[in-house]
Write a protein that binds this ligand. Structure first.
Ligand code: DGT
Ligand code: CA
Ligand code: CA
Ligand code: ZN
Length: 586
């Protein structure tokens, strides 16, 4: 059985290809492959499915995919391999994705380390760094070697985890499949994916049924499953694409307790269990049990009087608590808040009225101002901000806008705004330099409605410098939104370390919003940092940072990340009505 490659998988092949070519010192081609990969990844239609169905014309509409790349996509869909890539892999047997996960080690460096020291794997790299061999290679020094040693553990950990933005759509497919089965009474995702954690170890799904074996059988036999890892009467683990999916099957009367248990987090569950014990109750995956009258020696999982377990709501209620949204189940005070009935009234997707950070072909976006605004209109937004890159530190030469170009673009944005049903903000994404300054003229600042300022350089500062730098930025009255504050790229670089409480306090004092960047590779701020900032009175802007119309959908990841930060709608400026927002931006 051939399973069709997902867009993420296809993109991954071309990224690997690009990395290996670059390691081989080939010019130009890597850039083309990377561009193709990016467009494939972002494409709204499952390209592999279409090609497998014989619709190769779909390939014509993907930017950056010409005949040569199209042929490789078809080859991959048909055979599961790209021969040229396989040959290259034989020539350069480097675990390139693993090795380049180390900050500061790009494909070129990986190629050099292979040629000089025969390094193929993370283990080889670690051994060489420990033995002091790397600093002996020309062009490397003790600092690079130290950096590699410091980052290797991080690289190992992240290697195992998938992005939420890749795993969740798969989980949605799994749920849709399970819901279609007659034997399934209820199903739900559990684990980190239900908590909307930004990276996912494996996808957990839970089914309620009285026909467990039938469900397991049908699941394992689903044509999207690539391989079975293990299966038993009430559970199965399979591989689908790059994900591992764990199915657990329970009887309907235990669905609520199992869902509570398998949603985790482990820390939340431990705290909840102790909370229950203090009240003479026992919580486990089979229910809530009153064990106050138990005789000594009564042991087992289902002893005592069962007082809850069919629904998850009932589980929490049996402990005297309101239901706790999964995003909050991280043991950061949610059980105490529930006990005191002060759980936040969390932001929802429906609360969002607009998006304040997007790009167009004026910088590195793929389309026009009009097309982006039209997409925002389609989503029913009230307002929308264009914020292309200004030139400055960390921005590739020629890609960012000069002051003169910004003024020219403002005029065009005004013209589009005049024609549009929604309010279009003229914005810019300025660059926060190493000291926290942005280099825009007064004239430009006055002409713009919204200034997002982000770090794109000097991301290796220590926490103290980074905190001061970001505080300097939020103190700047010109800046409305601090964009993706840490600059992290999930699975790629850790970004700035900073004190989120101190930053939040400064942002609150100076009326600057902090961004929850909804791009699934960023999710920056993340839950704990957003929570710390909001606690200090800071407000948040949930923005997609879209570079094309289709990724306005990223708002979904941003909303759930803000929920992990305990954000209520009032704390999120892009839930506000236009007039209120304009007053804030002014
Ligand atoms: P992941 O898969 O690494 O992204 O994270 P989770 O949270 O999905 O973890 P996973 O898949 O190992 O287990 C799913 C849930 O099951 C977890 O969130 C809580 C629960 N669980 C698993 N093992 C234990 C355990 O030993 N103790 C407790 N209290 N809960 C557990
Ligand atoms: Ca999991
Ligand atoms: Ca699991
Ligand atoms: Zn941006």
């Amino acid at each position: 059985m051939i399973t069709v490659a997902t867009n993420a998988e296809l993109a991954g092949r071309f990224e690997e290809f690009a990395d290996l070519l670059e390691a081989d010192d080939v010019e130009y081609k890597p850039r083309a492959y990377r561009r193709a990969a990016e467009n494939i990844r972002a494409h709204p239609v499952p390209i592999g499915d279409r090609v497998a169905d014989g619709d190769e014309e779909i390939l014509d509409e993907i930017d950056g995919v010409g005949d040569a790349i199209s042929a490789k996509i078809v080859e991959y869909v048909e055979t599961g391999e790209i021969e040229e890539l396989e040959e290259l892999k034989a020539e350069l047997p480097i675990d390139i994705a693993d090795i380049t996960r180390i900050e500061g080690v790009g494909p070129k460096t990986a190629g050099k380390l292979y040629r000089e020291l025969g390094i193929e794997t993370l283990d080889d790299l670690e051994d060489a760094a420990e033995a002091g061999e790397i600093q002996e290679v020309k062009g490397f020094g003790p600092k690079t070697e130290e950096n590699i040693r410091d980052n290797i553990e991080f690289a190992r950990e992240v290697g195992q985890r998938q992005l939420l933005g890749e795993a969740r759509p798969l989980a949605d497919d799994v749920l849709a499949f399970l819901e279609s089965l007659d034997a399934v009474e209820r199903c739900e995702v559990a684990g980190s994916i239900r908590r909307w954690r930004e990276t996912i170890g494996d996808v957990d799904v839970l089914v309620a049924t009285n026909e467990n074996e039938t469900v397991v059988e049908e699941f394992v036999g689903w044509n999207s499953v690539d391989s079975e890892i293990e299966s038993g009467p009430a559970k199965a683990s399979v591989r689908i694409g790059e994900s591992r999916v764990d199915l657990r099957v329970v009887v309907p009367s235990e669905f609520g307790s199992a869902l509570q248990y398998f949603t985790g987090s482990k820390d939340h569950n431990v705290r909840l269990r102790n909370y229950a014990i203090d009240r003479g109750l026992k919580v486990n995956e089979y229910g809530v049990f009153d064990v106050s009258d138990l005789d000594e020696g009564d042991e087992g999982q289902r002893v005592g009087e069962r007082i809850a377990g069919e629904t998850e709501d009932g589980m929490y209620n049996a402990l005297g608590l309101p239901w706790i949204p999964p995003e909050l189940r991280t043991d950061r005070g949610e059980i105490t808040a529930a006990e005191n009935d002060v759980l936040p009234d969390l932001l929802t997707h429906e609360d969002i009225r607009g998006d304040l950070h997007s790009h167009t072909e004026w910088s590195d976006g793929n389309t026009s101002i009009e097309a982006m605004v039209a997409a925002a209109e389609d989503r029913g937004y009230d307002y929308f901000g264009i914020a292309d890159h200004a030139e400055g530190p960390g921005i590739v030469g020629g890609m960012g806008l000069s002051d003169a170009e910004i003024l020219e673009q403002v005029e065009e944005i005004r013209a589009v705004d005049d024609e549009s049903e929604i309010t279009v903000f003229a914005g810019i994404e300025a660059n926060v330099d190493a000291e926290g300054e942005i280099g825009l003229s007064e004239e430009v600042i006055d002409a713009l409605d919204v200034i997002v300022a982000s770090t794109h350089s000097a991301l290796d500062q220590d926490a103290e410098r980074a905190t001061n730098r970001l505080i300097t930025a939020v103190e700047n009255p010109a800046i409305d939104v601090l964009g993706h504050p840490s600059g992290r790229m999930l699975n790629e670089r850790s970004g700035l370390d900073f004190n989120a409480s101190a930053l939040g306090a400064a942002a609150a004092e100076h009326g600057t919003a902090l961004e929850v960047n909804a791009n699934p590779r960023r999710l920056d701020l993340w839950g704990s940092a957003a929570q710390a900032a909001i606690d200090e009175g800071a407000v948040i802007a949930v923005n997609t940072d879209s570079h094309r119309p289709s990724t306005l959908e990223y708002m979904r990841w941003g909303v759930h990340t803000a929920r992990r930060g305990w954000a209520e709608p009032e704390a999120v400026i892009n839930t506000w009505e236009l007039a209120e927002l304009q007053a804030f931006l002014h």
